[in-house]
Design a protein around this ligand. Sequence first.
Ligand SMILES: Cc1ncc(COP(=O)(O)O)c(C=O)c1O
Length: 463
Amino acid sequence: MGFTISKMDYRSYVVGVDTPVLLRSGEKVRGINFDNAATTPPFVKVLEAINEFAPYYSSIHRGGGYKAKISSEKYEEARKTVLGFVGGDEKRDVVIFVQNATAAINKVAHRLAQQAEEYISNGLKNNNSKNKEKWIVLSTSMEHHSNDLPWRNNYEVKYIEVDECGRLKFDDLKNKLEKYKGLVKLVTVTGASNVTGYINPVHSIAEWAHKYGAKILVDGSQLIPHAPFDMKPYASNKHIDFVVFSAHKMYAPFGVGVLIGPKDFFVHGDPDYSGGGTVKAVTHEQVIWNDPPFKDEAGTPNLMGVIALTAAINTLKQIGMKRIEKHEKALTGQLIQGLKNIDSIELYCTEEENQERVGIVPFNMKGVSYKQLAEILAQEAGIAVRSGCFCAHPYVQRLLKVPPDKVNKVMQNPDGFKPGMVRVSFGLYNDHGEVARFLEVLQEIGKHRWHYLKLYNNYHQSA
Ligand SMILES: Cc1ncc(COP(=O)(O)O)c(C=O)c1O
């Protein structure tokens, strides 16, 4: 796989990229952050936007003052910016601000469960036996726990399988849609995996889901910050019904998540959280809910978080999502090529060049556990990576081909050692020099494993 060196320098866009970090030796070096799938540092423009707006910060929606009016306008304008960024439909879709992607998915799960309950109780009332079956949500075997666990209690969840490389099996999607025809109400799938970086063909999945009368939810947490994304017009059967993502993974780490979905869906039913701002009128006996999105944003909204998100989106648009995608792809190419040249490194199906992926690469080093390697990288070279199972245990078990008896053992001793991996995940500010340095350090650790493992043991003995 070839790679081209990108000439763009995005480092100046991001706060803290040159911050020195402390090594075990006591020396301070410029840190390398390869853990951007977990969270990203803020854009300079995000901090500037917060500072510029701070003098006008006030309560929104119900305040009568000048600043309250400006605050309310900014907050409502932000919905348009967000919707435009992902190609949502202004007439049909609603943007709901929540805490993070996890809260957004839980919100959809809660509301859909109410509809499922209503459907069944109507069936019982009308003695319609067809209405008694539990609704099915089709998730996949490559989801983050946040797009798996929220569905489990209220629906029957079926998982679309992945192949030995961890890629979604499209045929299994089609088979399951056919097998559970009429019962599948939602297909929920990640836009890009937080473990392998694989990008799913969400518009083709949408086409199939719609063909069978189901809606589609795309978990955009790992895709929206790294590549262009388009929900497509409602009239198209490739349209994406629901999208969720987190601002803290797109350079605006101030506690906002986004849920976009059809307004109609949220008009119906009760919100998961109720309280201030969610109602039009209340007596002790009765509540008349407000219209979406207000009904679903209980309490005082996170205005500063939304200001930050807007600034982040404007910065991403200014740089250009296509350029970001190209730059991160080039880094990924360089990394994979370099990792292949290190004997001690175990990669997972990276020869699949036709598989679209964002800048996420999982691997292991022979003879060194993922936990040891991550700590050695931090302590000896100031390089931050993630290690473990990345909140995607079932997927990692599949990728590592962990046999069922070993999985059972983990379940019996959940605090014990779990098979896992090390993950590199790029942000737009990472550069080719950092990747080269990382490869050099890995090469050195691989060559002198015993020395580094001894150091690792020393950290823990002296701790
Ligand atoms: C694919 C994916 N979905 C969902 C989430 C959850 O995001 P948050 O913790 O911001 O709710 C993550 C977080 O890493 C993720 O990678």
